[in-house]
Design a protein around this ligand. Structure first.
Ligand code: HEM
Length: 134
């Protein structure tokens, strides 16, 4: 996955930059940690993943390349291979993101662009077929 596709370069400015992304991760991760389908994948503290996601979204949306600065090169699909990501979990992750965007009042074309990027990425990260148990 590339981080600065042309289509995403204006998103950072349009959504209001770092303060908006900070609000987004602050509202998003409690939902992820509370979601019955996602919680088992996130046994560790929430602060580290919030920092990583904030850095990643900053970079992805055309803002400062914080993920690379703080954590080095990251192939996100590769980083998710170790987790069993089913279609159901991708949908759950996206529903938390959708709700979080609604809750912080993020709207307009830049929200739609960001969400649609995440929608596509989440589906690319699916690596495990559904079973009765998952
Ligand atoms: C499809 C559903 C998804 C699931 C179930 C999922 C799950 C996870 C898990 C379990 C971790 C590790 C958490 C930890 O280290 O404590 C993680 C890390 C991460 N995820 Fe996801 N994720 C999903 C989708 C996405 C999407 C769509 C993005 C953005 C495109 C994303 C970005 C990240 C980032 C930036 C990290 C931190 C990577 C690192 O530096 O270690 N995830 N994810």
């Amino acid at each position: 996955m590339t981080y600065s596709r042309e289509a995403t370069t204006d998103i950072y400015q349009q959504i209001g930059g770092a303060p908006t992304l900070q609000k987004l991760v602050d509202v998003f991760y409690p939902k992820v940690y509370a979601h019955p389908d996602l919680a088992p994948l996130f046994p560790d503290g929430v602060e580290e993943i919030k920092k990583k996601q904030f850095s990643f979204l900053s970079q992805l949306s055309g803002g400062p390349p914080l993920y690379t600065q703080n954590y080095g090169f990251g192939n996100m699909r590769q980083k998710h291979v170790q987790f069993e990501i089913t279609e159901k979990r991708a949908k759950a992750w996206l529903s938390c993101m959708h709700e979080a965007m609604d809750e912080i009042g993020l709207s307009g074309p830049a929200r739609d662009d960001l969400y649609s990027f995440l929608y596509q990425a989440a589906h690319r990260f699916v690596n495990t077929a559904e079973t009765e148990n998952r």
